[in-house]
Design a protein around this ligand. Structure first.
Ligand code: SF4
Length: 388
């Protein structure tokens, strides 16, 4: 049996069917920008702490390593990627400045382990292990996602697993466990997890392993979770909602003389027509932008704000938009002046975005849902069949 990891155990518990797609059938998921980003920053920190002895690498070397090993998969577009790249540089620079003063090479940077829990092979990687003067160790795991509080550090079984692995394999007692939230440079540290937590994790590992060996892979659907699942078109719960590419390929003859393929054929033809028109519209938009740029350049050179062709006229104007850096302060000023309600309409895009956020606390979501009605508008997304 392949070793279990913290993430594979979590995935099995979240949805056994999804575990099967990923780890047994080995079907790839779409690249996710947050994994690429996290990995790029982790790799740079591994380089920083990877020296066997002083001196520490310079900031330029750390940033150079970051740039060289940047992972660009999964970003929406080049603009989003550039923003994340800069954010990573900011994080690494601040981290370096905060910690270079007390830099000491750790006992391990990226400590990979494999051990057995009641006969079940378990594997993982600890970001950093520091050896302390009391001959104990401090375990540090970096996080680049959303902020969290101390209760997560006290409870998270990833840290319990690291504690178990390090104590067993290194023969050293754990003194502290830390999740280090990199974007805010906040290290949240707790004392070692309890024997009860260790016992519970051991039981979970054995239970998950047994269920996997019994080939228990039932889907565990849950609305928000499934909406993010790349395997949805293959999942037994949702498969019937998705026409396959084969059905679309001119609804090719499948040996069934009596099957009615006419609707599939119509649908396939309409899908292609829709995609083609969208492509043409994009080309036209690009041409409009190009001609618009040339006109604006000439208007500027001439000092005109209006010009005529034979059949059309154009006039130049400026659309203005304010960009506020400290949004909290702006909201406070508006709140004090009694204008807060005007800007914070419930239809504001930020609230819509919040409602889609899987990290929204369930109680808050429930309260907001009670206050509103979900209005659905049909949306038709379109891309080439061979695009990611
Ligand atoms: S769509 Fe939902 S139920 Fe199906 S595999 Fe994904 S998470 Fe599991």
């Amino acid at each position: 049996m392949r070793p279990l990891s913290h993430s594979s155990i979590s995935l099995y518990r979240e949805c056994p069917q999804k575990y099967k797609f990923k780890y047994i059938d080995k079907l790839p998921e779409k690249p996710k920008h947050f994994f690429s980003f996290g990995h790029s920053v982790h790799t740079a920190l591994e380089f920083f702490y990877g020296v066997p002895a002083l001196p520490a690498p310079s900031l330029e070397e750390v940033l150079g390593h970051y740039k060289k090993n940047w992972e660009s998969k999964g970003y929406k577009d080049t603009k989003a990627e550039a923003e994340y790249f800069e954010e990573g540089q900011r994080i690494l620079t601040s981290f370096y400045q905060k910690h270079i003063g007390d830099f000491k090479p750790p006992l391990f940077a990226e400590y990979g382990f494999t051990f057995e829990v009641d006969g079940v092979p378990v594997t993982g990687k600890v970001d950093r292990i520091d050896k302390l003067e009391n001959n104990k160790i401090a375990i540090v795991d970096y996080k680049t996602g959303k902020a969290f509080d101390l209760s997560r550090v006290k409870e998270d079984s990833q840290l319990t697993m690291y504690q178990m692995a390090c104590e067993e394999l290194l023969g050293l007692k754990v003194d502290s466990l830390t999740f280090y939230h990199l974007p805010s440079l906040t290290a949240l540290t707790v004392i070692p997890h309890s024997q009860g937590q260790i016992t519970n994790l051991r039981k979970t590992i054995v239970q998950v392993s047994e269920s996997i060996q019994e080939k228990s892979f039932d889907p565990k659907p849950e609305e928000r979770k499934c909406s993010w699942c790349d395997y949805k078109p293959l999942c037994p719960v949702f498969k019937h909602l998705y026409a396959t590419q084969d059905q679309g390929a001119s609804a090719a003859f499948d040996g069934d003389l009596f099957a009615d393929h006419s609707q599939d054929e119509n649908l396939a033809a309409l899908v292609d027509r829709y995609g083609k028109i969208k492509e043409e519209a994009k080309e036209v938009e690009d041409r409009i932008e190009d001609v618009k740029g040339q006109i604006l350049d000439l208007l500027k050179k001439k000092g005109y704000v209006r010009a005529f062709g034979k059949n059309y006229e154009v006039s130049a104007a400026h659309e203005e938009k304010w960009d506020f850096k400290d949004k909290e302060q702006v909201l406070e000023v508006l709140r004090q002046a009694g204008f807060y309600d005007k800007v914070l309409a419930p239809s504001a895009p930020q609230i819509q975005k919040l409602m889609k956020d899987p990290g929204l606390p369930p109680l808050l979501r429930m309260k907001l849902e009670q206050l509103g009605t979900l209005v659905q508008h049909p949306v038709l997304r379109c891309k080439k069949v061979d695009e990611e």
